[in-house]
Write a protein that binds this ligand. Structure first.
Ligand SMILES: [Zn+2]
Length: 372
């Protein structure tokens, strides 16, 4: 196995690597990545619903589940692709009925996020999954938003919400959802596009994204996960997104790679999700090192942690263990990209970057040989 410090440290990124990065030995990296301050930018809050909480909420709400036990539900998490995952994902969400249920779900995630040193979380939620079951939009957003505010106040985790449209539904339904959301405009910061990608190109949602931009909302979209690089192009050109969620299939298109690097478009990459949904066969084959080497602003995220085998630090740990090309320089870049790709104000981002630099400095100092 190649030692991480032997990996090329050429940084094509928009910032200079702090000198401390070069003094962190490979042996210190596993412990260091656990405590780096990071942002989580691709996290579906409904995908953080653990089987234990699904059962607890089902009991509280008197919802019958088609699984006999927590173990039986967990055993059913054997997906082969995005669609087979989505089927069970929507079944799990059926236990969410009251505002407190949405709060409890988000709070459970935010506690996990704090443990993983997440300083900023921009959480996706899928209102259509709930409104089509008769749960009012207001119930969903008030529960989630209350958890975000409480996280800031008592956990020190900055958190905001991004409303996602389900792309397998029509644009008319997305437009109606945006209308429903307008009275709560102050409770979310942006819109996104998720669910089954194939056959549902970004341009299908051109009008609703134009409306969202006109309202001053941030815009992001899933593209280039199972869908082709063409979907990444249209997410950029038609939807004018600020970040691409996933985007790993961009590696198939050199012109697209050049554009993403030149424009500094962040990619919210989700390694364990890609593995679980067979976007990659093995984590050792993951294109993350290629994206970084090409100067792209790639980040690591958990996607649907309850379903894909891990939260943010689990993703970091597994990715670094599988890819010896990733060393201290790449760890620094991934964390810094995540902090600078947030929709937080620049001065807040700068304070987080200072904490990142301090973590590297501390690790380098702790590893320095003692002076005679
Ligand atoms: Zn996703």
């Amino acid at each position: 196995m190649t030692a991480p410090q032997d990996a090329p440290l050429k940084a094509p990124w928009s910032f200079a690597l702090p000198e401390s990065v070069h003094r962190v030995p490979a042996s210190a990296l596993p412990a260091l990545i656990e405590r780096l301050p990071k942002a989580e930018l691709h996290l579906h809050i409904e995908g953080s619903l653990e089987p234990e909480l699904i059962f607890a909420l089902a009991q509280r709400n008197g919802v019958a589940l088609p699984y006999a036990s927590v173990e039986a539900l967990r055993a059913a998490y054997a997906f082969t692709d995005l669609q087979s995952f989505l089927d069970i994902y929507y079944a799990g969400a059926s236990v969410l009925l009251q505002e407190q249920d949405f709060f409890d779900m988000a709070w459970a995630y935010l506690l996990r996020a704090q443990a993983d040193q997440v300083v900023r979380a921009e959480l996706f939620f899928d209102p259509q999954t709930h409104t089509e079951r008769g749960v009012p939009f207001e119930v969903v957003i008030r529960g989630l938003h209350r958890a975000c505010r409480q996280a800031q106040a008592s956990l020190g985790v900055s958190a905001d919400l991004i409303l996602c449209f389900l792309r397998h539904l029509s644009e008319e339904e997305a437009l109606a959802t945006l209308q429903q959301a307008l009275p709560y405009r102050d409770l979310f910061i942006g819109v996104g596009l998720d669910s089954a990608e194939r056959g549902h190109p970004p341009e299908k949602f051109a009008r609703v994204f134009a409306q969202a931009r006109a309202l001053g909302l941030h815009v992001v979209a899933h593209a280039g996960e199972e869908g082709p690089p063409a979907y990444v192009w249209s997410a950029l050109d038609v939807l004018q997104v600020e970040r691409i969620d996933h985007g790993v299939r961009s590696v198939e298109d050199p012109a697209l790679m050049d554009r993403l690097a030149a424009q500094g478009v962040p990619l919210t990459v989700c390694p364990l999700s890609n593995l679980k949904l067979c976007v990659v066969r093995d984590l050792a084959d993951h294109p993350l090192p290629t994206l970084l080497a090409a100067g792209l602003k790639a980040t690591i995220n958990a996607d649907d942690p309850a379903y894909f085998g891990g939260y943010l630090n689990d993703n970091w740990r597994a990715t670094f263990a599988a890819l010896p090309q990733l060393g201290p320089a790449q760890a620094y870049a991934l964390a810094r990209h995540s902090l600078e790709a947030t929709f937080a104000p620049p001065e807040v981002q700068a304070a987080w970057v200072a904490r990142l630099d301090a973590a590297f400095e501390e690790a380098a100092a702790a590893s320095a040989p003692l002076r005679p």
